[in-house]
Design a binder for this molecule. Structure first.
Ligand SMILES: Cc1cc2nc3c(=O)[nH]c(=O)nc-3n(C[C@H](O)[C@H](O)[C@H](O)COP(=O)(O)O)c2cc1C
Length: 341
């Protein structure tokens, strides 16, 4: 008789079950702990100096500047704090990347700074204070940067007319021309259109077809304003006529191994919503639901979100105004992210 068989004979079944449960609980806690630990080991900190994490911070700040440049109501002299961060990361990138002049993020930095300089020059605004935030070489390189050569960053104006025939466009064209739009016309969004958007989004795959995603459609302007005030990532824009909150029902999951799946399935559903909104000619912008405890509590109270749901993300929705500035949000080349095994 093996040791295992002997133990099974001596220890009653119910005790074995309790022991197994305890072992599973310890393994689950360890998995949660190690996941958090791995995240903490690798996320990009303010004082990170390696290339990948400097690039993360630079991308974040370039996008913040792009958002300022894409405001309908452009404010001369905005963003000195962001500009100082961009300068700091570009200098760091020069140190850690020997080929920084080919680095897509370094070039995006030059491109976004170029737009910042030219827009202010056009307005006759004195940029000497901003100029002093940058080493002369970077400031001058941005000045000489030819937009689009080889990368773009900053903003451009999109016209509503270009969206007129979206329903008849193929997927590639639709996907290539979708941009986050943060300012909308004042017309209300027809409910029939939103219903069509939900209908097609239901085709989103989910783990074992468990369809855990839930969508809260908010059209009450007061609640939209309160929700976005708590969210904090949409400041300075007029309120959208519709705000969707995508959540995931945790009751659709079965064990700790599935703890990240609510966000995977909710993320996939959100992308379907974004493409469906684009196809039906509606403007949209995903907005994070990375709530701290206080934001989480306040949002649950405001929108009556049950305890068994995780917020995944918001999506602001509206009609395209005749024309609207949007951010380039330039993407990497696929070769940077694809590993062929
Ligand atoms: C999960 C998620 C959260 C986002 N949160 C915000 C946000 O809080 N505020 C904002 O203005 N944009 C937000 N965005 C929009 C991104 O900035 C935008 O999708 C990105 O720059 C790519 O640009 P594109 O959507 O125009 O292709 C978010 C996007 C995603 C996917």
């Amino acid at each position: 008789m093996t040791v295992k068989q002997t133990i099974k004979r001596i220890i009653p079944i119910f005790v074995l079950k309790v022991l197994r449960k305890g072992k599973k609980r310890i393994a689950d806690r360890r998995a949660n702990y190690l996941q958090t630990k791995r995240f903490k080991r690798w996320f990009s900190r303010d004082d990170s100096t390696d290339k990948a994490r400097v690039e993360t911070r630079l991308a974040f700040d370039i996008h913040r500047l792009e958002k300022g440049l894409s405001h309908v109501d452009f404010r001369d002299g905005f963003g000195k704090g962001v500009l100082s961060e961009i300068s700091k990361r570009m200098v760091l990138l020069e140190k850690v990347d020997p080929r920084f002049m080919e680095n897509p993020l370094y070039l995006q930095g030059l491109a976004v700074l170029h737009e910042y300089q030219s827009r202010h020059k056009k307005d006759g605004y004195d940029l000497s204070e901003v100029e002093s935030l940058f080493p002369v070489r970077i400031w001058n390189a941005a000045f000489e940067y030819q937009p689009g050569a080889p990368v773009n960053a900053g903003s451009f104006v999109m016209n509503a007319l270009s969206k007129k025939d979206n329903l008849s466009k193929g997927f590639v064209e639709l996907a290539e021309h979708r941009y986050s739009v943060r300012e909308y016309s004042s017309e209300p969004v027809p409910q029939e259109l939103l219903d069509k958007v939900y209908e097609v989004s239901m085709k989103t795959p989910s783990v074992c077809n468990r369809q855990a995603t839930r969508v809260y459609q908010i059209t009450d302007s007061e609640r939209i304003m309160k929700a976005l005030k708590i969210q904090g990532g949409f400041l300075g824009y007029a309120m959208p006529p519709v705000l969707l909150l995508v959540t995931s029902d945790i009751r659709a999951f079965m064990n700790n191994g599935e703890r990240n799946e609510p966000f995977v399935d909710g993320g996939l559903f959100s992308m379907s919503l974004l493409y469906a909104l684009e196809a039906y000619g509606l403007a949209a912008c995903p907005l994070n639901a990375m709530f701290n405890l206080s934001q989480d509590r306040q949002t649950r109270e405001l929108l009556d979100i049950p305890d068994y749901e995780f917020p995944v993300m918001y999506i602001a929705v509206g009609n395209f105004p005749e024309s609207v500035p949007v951010c380039y949000s330039t993407r990497y080349e696929p070769e940077k992210i694809v590993t062929r095994i």
